[in-house]
Design a binder for this molecule. Structure first.
Ligand code: ZN
Length: 186
């Protein structure tokens, strides 16, 4: 595991072993520790450096732990608050998913455009369940369940794959290089 520093961590790129490992569960009793809280901060900070990024998994900053973070941008979009004043949006934070388990997916699948912060600058088409339900712990150690459709359901599946050492390029068709990102890498 990488040593923790105050620098914003770099996003690990394809080829690094950590992206292919099965990440380890976070002991629930440790969620509130300084160590885990610092990791959550680092993940959000790394994600915030990516204008087009919508989510990040811990292995993408070099840590083999079962955590992913979804950008507040997604929540703002889902709530239709893109045009709302910042005062209204300020309360919306990145969403933390610790030890996430997908408990349910719809039979109905859809083909979605997909990219990854760790597989720049490739995009492709991936078949994902249209709906997915995830159970996880938040940053306070509270267990919750959330169902999602569309983009958020896609994020749940893409990020859970990361925690199992799977990258979207393992599943994608029509892979192509897109120098200027026009979709949402995760
Ligand atoms: Zn990714």
């Amino acid at each position: 595991m990488k040593k923790l520093t105050n620098k914003i961590p770099d996003i690990v790129q394809k080829g690094e072993v950590v992206l292919r490992e099965t990440a380890l569960k976070v002991p629930v009793g440790e969620i509130k520790t300084e160590k885990i809280q610092k990791i959550l901060k680092d993940m959000s900070a790394a994600l915030a450096t990516q204008d087009d990024g919508v989510a990040i998994a811990a292995p993408q900053i070099g840590l083999s732990l079962r955590i992913f973070v979804v950008s507040r941008k997604v929540e703002i979009m889902l709530k239709g608050l893109e045009e709302a004043p910042e005062a209204e949006r300020a309360a919306i934070k990145d969403a933390v998913y610790i030890n996430p388990e997908i408990s349910k997916v719809s039979k109905k699948k859809q083909i979605m455009d997909e990219g990854c912060l760790s597989v720049r600058p490739f995009f492709g088409k991936v078949e994902r369940a249209e709906k997915a339900t995830v159970t996880a712990y938040d940053e306070h150690g509270k267990k919750f369940t959330r169902g999602a459709t569309g983009l958020l359901a896609q994020i749940f599946q893409h990020e859970t794959d990361h925690l199992n050492g799977v990258l979207f390029i393992d599943k994608a068709t029509d892979l192509k290089e897109v120098p200027l990102a026009s979709t949402n890498p995760e």
